[in-house]
Design a protein around this ligand. Structure first.
Ligand SMILES: [Zn+2]
Length: 312
């Protein structure tokens, strides 16, 4: 969704149209933040991206022209995903597994991850000069972004990239307790994203977390057999059936999720005092509602599990 009166003139990163009005587009789609806002007393805490600034309504960047933002992504991918998967599952209308998906899902996932990747490239360029290999890494990321862009601008094209994964936590799906103690809040509420391209850490991947849904594309095929071994398949571009019942996450991915969870719970510490006191004020003013919220219940489960784990 585009905010009015906030634009600049430049080249659209998707259709490559020059001298066009670039609108403020969300990296993680807006409806995810709207869902979080409804379900969380403190959406800052549950967002693992940029502590104080901009995280309230999601991170936006002036990347796209109005048509690409509102029609190509918004109307053709985000709205159908929100209407047929995200909202029905989270409103528990469609909690039972497995669920059927159509060709929109893979395109939607790529569209989000492409934005995450573009954001990661911009970020890497700002830190240029710190690491010797960064130039090569940036070139590789730009190559990847361009391949994904070509797929996204042509809705007749086939996906030629590596596996696209889409996972769902909680419900009848992957159990947060299977990841480790204290993973309820991160696995079910947190919004997170990042380009993890360091080949010495975890599985290099472009990653986005939309509440209880995770989507990512590995950028090396080295770990793919580990997913296969657990019976977790990647998305089929024409659609299919998805089920996580009885599935287990590969060990390397559990570790990755735990590290992301740790860094998101460290968020509160990194916030400004003003931000912290605002959050505490909201909670205190709405104490009864807060104690009945999912956010509170998940936090309690996390604390109990961590305590149990520490005692054993
Ligand atoms: Zn465009």
């Amino acid at each position: 969704m585009t905010k009015k009166n906030d634009f600049k003139i430049g080249q659209c990163k998707l259709c490559l149209k020059d001298d066009t009005t670039l609108v403020d587009s969300h990296i993680i789609p807006d409806f995810v933040f709207r869902w979080l806002k409804k379900n969380s007393f403190n959406r800052y805490l549950r967002t693992s991206i940029v502590p104080n600034k901009r995280a309230q309504g999601g991170i936006t960047e002036k990347l796209l022209c109005e048509k690409c933002d509102n029609v190509t992504f918004g109307g053709e991918l985000e709205a159908p995903f929100a209407d047929t998967i995200f909202n029905p599952i989270l409103l528990k209308q469609k909690d039972s597994e497995p669920f059927i998906y159509d060709k929109v899902l893979l395109r939607f996932c790529v569209s989000v991850l492409w934005r995450v990747l573009i954001f990661g490239i911009e970020d890497a360029k700002k830190t240029k000069g710190l690491t010797v290999n960064l130039d090569t890494i940036i070139l590789g990321m730009e190559d990847l972004a361009n391949q994904w862009r070509e797929y996204l601008v042509d809705n007749q094209s086939s996906w030629t990239g590596l596996n696209v994964y889409f996972l769902r936590f909680g419900g009848a799906g992957l159990d947060p307790r299977d990841i480790g103690p204290g993973m309820h809040t991160y696995s079910q509420l947190t919004i997170d994203m990042g380009s993890f391209v360091d080949p010495y850490m975890w599985e290099p991947k472009i990653y986005a977390k939309l509440g209880p849904f995770v989507t990512f594309i590995p950028i090396t095929d080295y770990y793919l057999p580990l997913w296969e071994k657990e019976g977790i398949s990647s998305l089929n571009e024409n659609g299919g059936l998805l089920s996580f019942k009885g599935r287990k996450l590969p060990e390397h991915f559990k570790l990755f999720m735990q590290q992301r969870s740790d860094s998101s719970s460290g968020m509160f510490q990194r916030m400004s005092d003003i931000q912290k006191s605002k959050i505490l004020k909201i909670k205190n003013e709405n104490l009864i509602e807060y104690e009945q919220s999912d956010e509170y219940l998940l936090a309690i489960k996390d604390i109990q599990e961590i305590n149990l784990h520490d005692q054993s």
